[in-house]
Design a protein around this ligand. Structure first.
Ligand code: URA
Length: 214
């Protein structure tokens, strides 16, 4: 990796993640399997995303004796998928963090400014007090992620992470430069973008492949 602020980029490249990502990239992988893989990869990635969760000590009676154990301290989390491809990752995160709330954020291109802006947003009321995880499978130019980060900062969110499956270096740089506190989690950093702003080699249009709308 060669990024300024690369301490805020976490590459989740466990062998099982790389294996599943290879199948995900394959253009012959059908939608059903693609959806399952997106969910599984999101779950694996959430292990890393939640690595810094604070713990508290509890005592548990086992059938044999009292055990000093640790449980996750009651931090409140919210998952915010960027519509529509981000929806494919939500269940995978919930598999690991079932108590998380889910806020939905739809982004579209503003015809005046040519920048992405939110056309739909439904957040938990206490979003500002939650640890927020934005999910979107592809970080390409970073346009939607930046707009999502800006929107959530305006909502008062302090703790913010971005979780993607495949990232282009351009998108990572854009996010790191725009926000000094966000951390980016990705399973792969690809070569770059083509003229149509697709990630190369990437996996094509993630939303189309998740929802079978190709
Ligand atoms: N969005 C996608 O779904 N794929 C890309 O390659 C870039 C953006």
């Amino acid at each position: 990796m060669a990024f300024e602020n690369e301490e805020r980029v976490v590459l989740v490249d466990h062998p099982m993640v790389q294996h599943k990502l290879a199948i995900l990239r394959d253009k012959t992988t059908p939608s059903k399997q693609f959806r399952e893989l997106v969910r599984e990869l999101a779950m694996f990635e959430t292990f890393e995303v939640t690595r810094d969760l604070p713990l508290e000590e509890v005592f548990v009676e086992t059938p044999v004796a009292e055990a000093k154990c640790k449980i996750v301290k009651g931090r409140k989390m919210a998952i915010v998928p960027i519509l529509r491809a981000g929806l494919g990752m939500v269940e995978g995160v919930l598999d690991l963090v079932p108590a998380a709330c889910v806020g939905h954020l739809g982004m579209e291109r503003d015809e005046q400014t040519h920048r992405p802006r939110e056309y739909y947003a439904k957040m938990p009321k206490d979003i500002a007090d939650r640890d927020v995880l934005i999910v979107d499978p592809m970080l390409a130019t970073g346009g939607s992620s930046l707009a999502a980060i800006e929107y959530l900062r305006e909502c008062g969110v302090k703790s913010l992470k971005l979780m993607v499956l495949v990232a282009a270096p351009e998108g990572i740089r854009a996010v790191l430069d725009a926000d000094p506190d966000v951390t980016v989690y990705t399973c792969a950093i690809d070569d770059g973008l083509n003229d149509a702003a697709y990630i190369v080699p990437g996996l094509g249009d993630a939303g189309d492949r998740i929802f079978g709308t190709k």
